[in-house]
Design a protein. Sequence first.
Length: 430
Amino acid sequence: MASKHPETLALHAGWRRDPATTAVAVPIYQTTSFLFDDADHAADLFGLRKLGNIYTRIMNPTSDALEQRIAALEGGVAAVAFASGQAASAIAVQNLARAGDNIVSSTDLYGGTYNLFAHTFRDMGIETRFVDPADPEAFERATDSRTRAYYAETLPNPKLRVFPIAEVAAIGRRHNIPLIMDNTAAPLLVRPFDHGAAIVVYSLTKYLGGHGTSIGGMIVDGGNFDWDADPERQPALNTPDPSYHGAIWAQAAKPMGPIAYILKARVTLLRDLGPAISPFNSFLILQGVETLALRMRAHCENTLAVAKFLGGRADVTKVIHPSTATGRDAELVAKYMPRGQGGLCGMELAGGAVAGKKFIDSLKMLYHVANIGDARSLAIHPASTTHSQLLEEEQLSTGASPGYVRLSIGIEHIDDIIADIEQALDAAKG
C-alpha cells in the first residue's frame, strides 16, 4: 500500500481481496487449523524456514490482516494481535525481561497495568522501577545492568499528562534499552516510532475497535532497534532459545527482516501462553479501524468542547485535559499532539468522592462502564473502580484521586453530551 495517509491505510492496508473468492471484505477464518501441502511444507513451517499458517493460536489470516493494517498505520514492520490489551502489555515486557531483570516504567499508568507491573511481575521475579516522567532523566538514574526496557503511556489514563517520548527514547538508546509505548489513548494522533520508540502496545478494545463489542490487544514492532548491538543488555534475543533448537533470535530473524522482537513474541510467548485473539474479534475490530480517522476527529473536537465547558463550572475545581496543561506539560502537548488532544477528559469535583458518586448516578445518556474509546460517551469514578485495587498512595501517583471523574467523550452531538454532563453536575451539587 503506497499511501501514507491514515484515512486510506485504515481501509486498504494489509488486504485487497480474498484469493479464493475475490471477496473484498476480510473473511472470518473461523478455524483452528490449516492444511499443509505435504510433510516437507509442515516441517518448514514448524522449523520457521517458511512463515505461514499452522494453528490459530499462533496466527490466523483474519488476524493477520488486522496486524498488517495496524503496523502500517503506526509505521512499524510487523505486529502480533492478542486476546486483550492486558496480554499485549504483559508479553511486550516478558519478551525481553526474565526473572532477576527489571524494567523502568512511568508512574502514569492505567490501574490494571500498574497492578501487573507492581505485583504480578514481582511474583514472576521481574522488578518494575516506577519513576515520575516529569523528569526524563529519572529513567536513566533507575537503570542498571539488568534493565531490559522502559515503559510508558503516550496519553496516560487517567492522568492525561503527555509523555516525553523522544527524550526518554534517546536515553534508552544510549544504553541499548528500548522504549515500549502504550498508545491506546492516542491512535493516529501520535506515532511513537516517529519519536524514537521501539515497540508500540495497544488495547484494541478502545479507540481502534470503537464499538465496545470486542476485546483485543496488539504489539507493533518498529523495526528500528538494533537488538544485537549489545547482547549482554538484551539476552532474551541474544542467547540460545532451547524451545527452538538453540535459535538466537537477533540472528535467526535477519533473513526475514528486522522482526526479531515480534517473531520471538509470536512463536514463543503467544505459542506457549496462548492468549490468542479470536478471529471473530479481529474481524469486528477491523470494522472499527475503517472509521478510526473520522471518529478520532469527532472525539477530539467534542472532548475539547467538554473541557472548555467544565472550565466554567465553579463546582469543578480542576479540569484534566491536555488543553489545560501549563509550562513543560504544555510544551509536550504542542510537540506530540498537534493533530488533536484525544477523547479523554477528567475533572476534580469540589464535593470529592461523594459528589463523584452522585454525578455518576445522575447521568442519563453517558454510560457508566469500565471502558474508554467507545463511540458512545462514558464516565467512571476510577478510585472506586478501575484503580480500586491500588493503595491510596498508588492511586494518587497514577492520578486517581477521590474526587476524580474520568469522561470518555463519544461522537454524539456535542449539545447532548454537554446537556447530560450539566444536569448531572447540578444534581451532584444538591
